[in-house]
Design a protein around this ligand. Structure first.
Ligand code: AMP
Ligand code: ZN
Length: 663
């Protein structure tokens, strides 16, 4: 086989595997084999620049940077949809359209996906251009970003038309959204508010490799084109699916408005079990000939109607507003409510976000408020029932002092949050930082929990993480519920944390924007806290994956005297603030490209040590089993479902011994 033939074959194969994995949710090869094939293709492509193909599977990782998105006029306008909110609205719509077309009308009912609309043009079976909706007549060219979304086919299969547009919604499933937020929170950043805004914000990121990292999906719902030869909306969906697009299977073709109502009623409840947000149902006249007869109003098609679900909402009384102080000093106001049931759970608290939000709502103590549960986990206050406002109520005055340490609060221009800047003297900040330091992904100190940290701080025994290393058994014994055995465990756990590798200590320091991954990158690159603390902003920025925000944050952290003192005390107590000799010597590529799941309890080596060993040898530790997993290292007491899944996908299972023999 010539190199050219091999390249073509590899592209074909990888495309099929992408399709199986991202569109059909049914992978058929291991992650390792996939990566090997991808690597092989990358090498061949590098040797043969003449075989360049903008739609090659190797280009999924992005990399193209767009400074200004080009505005492009839509070949076919992107209309909005008329909304309905009740059965009567739908019956009225049916009466209206029955006057305009002959014959019986069938309907296709679809879920209304809540994300950002996109229109993608395909020419001769390859992705040509992707545009945002914009104002409906013209949108922005976001092709480079859309190409990184794995469920969007770059090349089509089957009997597709030469030239057509397909429309869909870019969404972020709840699971991926929550994973993204977990990372942000662990890096000390504000979590994203909801999946929809995050999805639509993603389309406008300048660096497409950033988009590639986000677990976005594209769900398709309509084909637009001159001569597609398709006769109905339902066929549209089936065709699109056969060409390789992700088209949800929930859509249904029905004979009457009564059946439409049944569909609506069913999904009003069942939507809560979907992996992504839906805000309604879209009902479309099925026959494309009838659609053409009905045509469009100035704003929307006459042949389609959205039915909007009512968000689950209740009213209840606001008892008081409390203010929480985070580990970074950020203040978050919280509404404490008279407990009330909402969509199956009891709600006692709602988020108020910040001072602006309180002012905008003009929410006051004693008010009866409307609480709603949307895409967010914490319910929101949507408005106030003014008819129930107590007579003497006064506007809420936002606090000007920290509720915990009474220092004045500050707010930087452009930031929504107030901050308490008394970093060294504010108890929740002190406690929060230590809790972060001992947390599982940082120093993971056994025998020490978040509550004990608070007890230790409140008893005046510690005020920073270095103080932990000065504690002895007699210090901690007088604490509430502290027996001899638990005191010993605690001190032993602190001692043992001196073996935790540099990158996790660095993460534990809680430098703003330095999450787990960034800490790893920095540790690998600078190798010691000394080198890191000397780095200039431009040195930091020159490191792969480190942007200006992180660079500035790290730089300023090490220009603060208190931080310098803290770090040098940690060094003097023997905490790992540089890569260990073994880590430096052991950095091998023995496991490079392998994705390994670790599960259960181990004997010769702790779970965290095992993970560190994998990473030091170039492997990747992944948390859940998929077809792309290379193998599973199983300790005792591994969950039966994990084993079952591994067996199902034929992922090799290694014992602790078998794994360690590799080294
Ligand atoms: P609206 O933004 O409320 O005018 O609703 C119209 C938008 O709903 C369209 O621009 C689409 O992005 C979106 N949408 C979501 N799911 C569907 C669907 N199944 N069919 C048509 N439009 C949909
Ligand atoms: Zn404070």
């Amino acid at each position: 086989m010539t190199d050219k033939e091999l390249v073509i074959q590899l592209r074909e194969e990888l495309r099929q595997h992408n399709h199986n994995y991202y569109v059909l949710d049914n992978p058929t090869i291991s992650d390792f084999d996939f990566d090997m094939k991808l690597k092989q293709l990358q090498i061949l492509e590098a040797q043969h620049p003449e075989l360049y193909d903008p739609n090659s599977p190797t280009l999924r990782v992005g990399g193209e940077v767009t400074k200004n998105f080009q505005t492009v006029v839509h070949a076919h306008r992107m209309y909005s949809l008329d909304n309905s909110y009740s059965k009567d609205d739908l019956l009225d719509w049916e009466t209206r359209i029955k006057k305009l077309v002959d014959g019986p009308i069938r309907y296709t009912c679809e879920l209304k996906y809540d994300g950002a609309s996109i229109s993608i043009t395909y020419k001769n079976g390859t992705l040509f251009q992707a545009l945002t909706r914009g104002d409906g007549t013209q949108g922005d060219d976001v092709t480079a970003n859309i190409k990184t979304i794995k469920s969007v086919p770059l090349k089509l299969r089957g009997d597709y038309p030469d030239n057509f547009e397909i429309r869909g919604e870019i969404i972020l499933p709840f699971e991926g959204f929550e994973a993204m937020n977990k990372e942000r929170i662990s890096a000390g950043e504000e979590p994203y508010k909801n999946p929809r805004n995050t999805a639509s914000g993603s389309l406008k990121l300048q660096d497409s490799s950033e988009v590639a990292k986000r677990p976005l999906e594209c769900l398709l719902y309509s084909i637009v084109g001159e001569n597609t030869g398709i006769k109905s909306q339902f066929d549209n969906l089936e065709k699109a699916r056969s060409w390789g697009f992700k088209v949800p299977k929930e859509a249904k073709c029905v004979q009457s408005i009564d059946e439409v109502l049944q569909f609506v009623e069913y999904w009003d409840l069942a939507r809560h079990n979907l992996p992504y947000e839906t805000d309604g149902i879209v009902i479309k006249v099925n026959d494309l000939q009838q659609q053409a007869e009905l045509g469009y109003t100035a704003k929307a098609p006459r042949w389609a109607m959205a039915y909007k679900f009512k968000a689950a909402q209740v009213s209840t009384k606001l008892n008081h507003i409390s203010y929480q102080v985070g580990r970074t000093g950020a203040i978050t106001p919280v509404a404490n409510l008279e407990p009330v049931e909402l969509a199956g759970t009891i709600v006692k608290r709602a988020s108020l976000h910040n001072a602006d939000q309180i002012a905008k709502l003009d929410v006051r103590l004693g008010d009866t408020v409307f609480v709603e549960k949307g895409g967010e986990i914490i319910p929101k206050i949507m408005g106030i029932d003014l008819s129930k406002r107590p007579e003497q109520s006064q506007p809420t005055v936002y606090i000007s002092q920290c509720p915990e340490c009474h220092n004045p609060l500050f707010r930087t221009e452009g930031e929504a949050q107030h901050y308490c800047i008394n970093t060294e003297g504010c108890p929740p900040q002190i406690i929060g930082r230590i809790q972060h330091y001992i947390s599982r992904k940082a120093l993971d100190i056994e025998g020490l929990g978040g509550e004990t940290v608070a007890l230790l701080v409140n008893a005046g025994l510690i005020k920073d993480v270095a103080d932990l290393y000065t504690l002895n058994i007699d210090d901690v014994l007088p604490l509430e519920r502290m027996a001899q055995k638990s005191a010993e465990n605690l001190i032993y756990g602190i001692e043992a944390s001196k073996q935790i590798p540099f990158e996790r200590v660095l993460f534990g320091l809680g430098i703003r924007y330095v999450g787990e991954t960034v800490a790893k990158t920095l540790a690998k690159h600078f190798k010691s806290v000394g080198a890191l603390s000397q780095a200039r902003i431009e040195d930091l920025e020159a490191v792969d994956e480190i942007g200006i925000k992180i660079a500035e944050s790290v730089y300023h952290f090490f220009r603060n005297e208190n931080n310098i003192r803290l770090v040098s005390r940690l060094v003097s107590y023997g905490v790992q603030l540089e890569l260990s000799k073994e880590a430096l010597a052991n950095q091998t590529t023995l496991l490079s490209g392998e994705r390994i799941v670790v599960s259960g309890v181990f004997e010769a080596i702790s779970r965290n040590e095992l993970k560190a060993l994998i990473e030091a040898n170039g492997g990747k530790v992944v948390s859940s089993i998929s077809a792309k997993t290379t193998y599973l290292v199983a300790g005792t007491n591994m969950g039966p479902s994990k084993r079952q899944k591994a067996e199902q996908l034929k992922i090799p299972i290694l014992t602790e011994q078998e794994f360690l023999e590799k080294f």
